[in-house]
Design a protein around this ligand. Structure first.
Ligand code: ADP
Ligand code: GLC
Length: 497
């Protein structure tokens, strides 16, 4: 089975969040299921600069306003096949893939990601003679138009759209319909029209054969007005083809026994070595070198989604109980300033690093005792999964993938020996505070804490289970597509006679 994955991020080439980790890990994970996945990526400088030996396989004289070349390459030690859309007029800009230096969206983002989807659709229809995909699997709004461009073209592949975050929908003025080469017929209420505008994500959700999101709970949540961000009606309508598949993690990249970024490797049997990583983290963040202080960490984008304002409210109680906090993140200015102020007011107790630092994020997972993820909504969430793997107990809001991946250390779960972390009702500072209190209580009983850490580290969070689920989904979609093609032909004949 051949699958073309279409993504705007890919770890380790270009990353702003979890999408990159997922798109980067999927090809290797799916290979074990006999799926040959190639990934189509925009040729940002960060991508082209890291790739050597790319070969041109197609050219476009005018791809939404300029010349473009489709290149292929094999990346990394496993030779992961990549297709790079080299279109300097669209992608040759340094920094963040979506935003200019002023922090605002690039004004031509509609063209940049329509181009990606359009080329994906051409590959789907046989642009690369030797490699015609059975499936096009698009991630998020940036790939949403691929199923729209394919429409019901003869011989088209089956299509899958995965929602990583429904908060980002790619909404642009209706006047863009013609420049984007979109058929007028697609601009309807049950197509990509969204309150008079064009929605890339809605187009994908309306036209794709299969829809997935990154956890079963989020799949249910987005069918409700509270979480669906205006697309819940469409999703309820398409519920029959919507599945939640919980992300895995790349356990070659995230493995405390082999992680080259951390001070001292450790595993479930050598947990005492985690203390060395804790001491290093305390030094890095200017925290008091207290081995017995419960050290919490946060590694996150600082946006309303992540609920870190709730943590600011819970800080006094955390500090009163002797806790420490190390935070790595970047995002909204008001949150950045609030955490910097908290660190200034509590030297030795709160440490903050603003910015994006992949290596430091590993050191935090290795050194902290617990990781706090107080999101208001969370499609899957990866940092709590890394926390499980590193014995850094996750304290999470009970939403989306957080609800699906952490087993709360309530009395029954502790007695049955299944607890792996703490959950609390989302969007409530007092509920978060209660969860922190419960963490302090468990930490006071060190053998009990250790037992939960070991169990967390033993949880299966790799890609083996989700890879099987995706492979089964692809097979089902292809069978239905080829079956329905013959069905369409049959119906066509009957109509003619
Ligand atoms: P989201 O994609 O919504 O940001 P996820 O939890 O799925 O949330 O993924 C976030 C990814 O980005 C994780 O790999 C996390 O470690 C990483 N990350 C987030 N913020 C930072 C940061 N400031 N520095 C380094 N890595 C970060
Ligand atoms: C999005 C979501 C996050 C998810 C990630 C990867 O960025 O916010 O919850 O883990 O995509 O699927």
């Amino acid at each position: 089975m051949r699958v073309l994955s279409v993504a705007s991020e890919f770890f380790p080439l270009i990353k702003t969040g979890g999408l990159a980790d997922v798109a980067g890990a999927m090809p290797g994970a799916l290979a074990a299921e006999d799926v040959e996945m190639r990934t189509l990526l925009p040729g940002y400088p960060a991508v082209t600069g890291q790739l050597t030996r790319t070969g041109a396989i197609a050219t476009f004289d005018d791809l939404f306003g300029g010349r473009a070349t489709l290149r292929e390459t094999a990346y990394g030690s496993n030779g992961t096949p990549l297709l790079i859309l080299d279109a300097p007029h669209l992608y040759d800009r340094p920094g963040n893939p979506y935003l200019g230096k002023d922090g605002k969206d690039w004004p031509d983002n509609h063209l940049r990601f329509a181009a990606l989807s359009w080329v994906a659709s051409r590959i789907g229809l046989g642009l690369i003679e030797s490699w015609r995909p059975d499936i096009i699997h698009g991630h998020d709004w940036q790939a949403g138009l691929a199923p729209v461009y394919l429409g019901n073209a003869d011989g088209r592949p089956a299509t899958v759209i995965t929602i990583h975050n429904i908060a980002f929908q790619g909404i642009f003025p209706a006047e863009m319909l013609t420049p984007l080469k979109l058929p007028r017929t697609s601009f309807t209420m049950d197509g990509l029209e969204y309150y008079g505008k064009i929605s890339f994500l809605k187009g994908g959700l309306a036209f794709a054969d299969r829809l997935t999101t990154v956890s079963p709970t989020y799949a249910r949540e987005i069918c409700t007005p509270a979480f669906g961000m205006g697309l819940d009606g469409l999703l309820r309508h398409r519920r029959g083809v919507l599945t939640g598949i919980t992300n895995g993690i790349d356990d070659e990249v995230w493995n405390p026994e082999t992680d080259p970024a951390i001070e001292k490797p450790y595993g479930a049997a050598t947990l005492e070595a985690k203390a060395v990583n804790k001491a290093a983290l305390q030094r890095r963040f200017g925290l008091d070198p207290a081995e017995g202080a419960l050290l919490f960490c946060v590694v996150s984008r600082l946006t309303a989604q992540k609920g870190l304002d709730l943590l600011l409210e819970a800080l006094p109680s955390m500090l009163a109980q002797g806790g420490q906090l190390a935070l790595l993140g970047s995002g909204e200015a008001s949150l950045q300033e609030a955490f910097l102020a908290a660190a200034r007011n509590h030297p030795g107790r709160i440490g903050v690093v603003l910015g994006y630092d992949e290596r430091l994020s590993h050191q935090m997972q290795a050194g902290a005792d617990a990781i706090i993820v107080p999101s208001r909504f969370e499609p899957c969430g990866l940092t709590q999964l890394y926390g499980l793997r590193y014995g850094t107990l996750p304290i999470v809001a009970r939403v989306g993938g957080l609800a699906d991946t952490v087993i709360d250390a309530n009395q029954a779960a502790l007695l049955d020996g299944v607890a792996t972390g703490f959950q609390f009702a989302a969007d409530s500072a007092s509920e978060l505070q209660t969860a922190l209190d419960r963490a302090f209580e468990l930490y006071a009983d060190r053998p009990a804490w250790r037992a939960v850490q070991r169990r967390a580290m033993g949880r299966k969070v790799d890609w083996s289970v989700p890879a099987k689920a995706y492979a089964a989904l692809y097979r089902g979609a292809v069978e239905e597509r080829t079956g329905s093609r013959s069905e369409e032909r049959r119906v066509g004949k009957e109509c003619r006679s």
